[in-house]
Design a protein around this ligand. Sequence first.
Ligand code: SF4
Length: 286
Amino acid sequence: MSRSAAPQANSAVRSTEAAQMRNPAPPAVTLYARENPEFGERVAHATALLQSVSSEFPGRVVLASSLGAEDMVLIDMISRQRLPIPVATLDTGRLHAQTLALIERSERRYALSIERHAPRAEAVITFVDREGADAMYRSVELRKACCALRKLEPLQRLLAGREAWITGLRRDQSGTRLDVPFREHDADGRVKLNPLADWRWSDVWHYIAVHQVPYNPLHDAHMPSIGCEPCTRAISLGEDFRAGRWWWEDQSAKECGLHFNDRSPRTDVEPSATADDHLHHLAPAA
Ligand code: SF4
């Protein structure tokens, strides 16, 4: 991609934001929440998984949270069940102000302290001095190098000494996640629990509505998947759930490595659930 492509994309984001200011959309919770027949069963199953992993790995399990909608559901469930599971996040140094504010709102709401794992300052300074602050737009390699130092290395510190971790991965988030199991092992042999693997986007928002869970206001601006500020944009009608992440890259490359495993990206499979939910995203819930 050329250096000029990112500003063009940012300009598209700005025009989307301007359009939203002229004609503000209903909040995400109004657009997406829908009570599916399986909702109660899914909540019970996810809760049971959290209880089980908490008992199995006392003091050695953590919720690795990006503060996305799914992770807010998990924080609420853990808090509601009074499970002794700490919450940790990666403070990459490039997060939106809204995401940083949500960390503090969550701490107040749930009376907890969220662990923040930041990249090593020296590594960031060296990289930025050499490649520039927005090197991620210039090549996939540079983008991955940025993710490696701002996300992957801090994740290793977040997981150090822990035998299990919990994520908010869901199968219908993207074509690369269609096979996400409830429980798997990461590349280092740790147990990785994905309690919301079978949840629909509408389930996530129904839970948020029912329990008045705080969420990132960027979801109200058509950002279903929120990462770092330079690498996230709003999506439009018909776009995939994760289309706003690293939008300038090929679709098959849209993972940062946090959830690497040996599942091959299934770009041959139409993520019908995602498309289905996305259509629902853009119309008020029935
Ligand atoms: S998402 Fe973007 S800013 Fe964040 S670590 Fe990856 S490349 Fe860097």
